[in-house]
Design a protein. Structure first.
Length: 99
């Protein structure tokens, strides 16, 4: 499994537009093959910061996601509405919770 995290911080005047853009992107991404989870959360300590958490079945699914024209358009639009901190990509292996 691949886990992706990232964030974008809006300006006060772009927060509503960025929120709508992020929600639409997450909803669309969840329909892609190999997407296990794709969510955006507003930071409680900084309401202008939107945090992304994604889970993908494998690197091929994530690579396909990055090639989707709508994903590329999302990144371009998000950069016009705020400042991104870049994505962090991690390979993960699920483990059982301790008893």
């Amino acid at each position: 499994m691949i886990i992706v995290t990232g964030a974008v911080r809006a300006r006060p005047e772009t927060a509503a537009a960025l929120e709508a853009l992020c929600l639409a992107h997450a909803a669309r991404s969840r329909t892609e093959p190999g997407c296990l989870a794709h969510a955006v959360h507003r930071d409680c300590a900084d309401p202008l910061r939107f945090f992304f958490y994604e889970e993908w079945a494998d690197a091929d699914a994530l690579a396909a996601h990055f090639k989707v024209p709508e994903s590329r358009a999302f990144v371009r639009a998000a950069r016009t509405l705020g400042e991104t901190d870049g994505a962090r990509i991690h390979a993960a292996t699920p483990v059982p919770a301790p008893a």
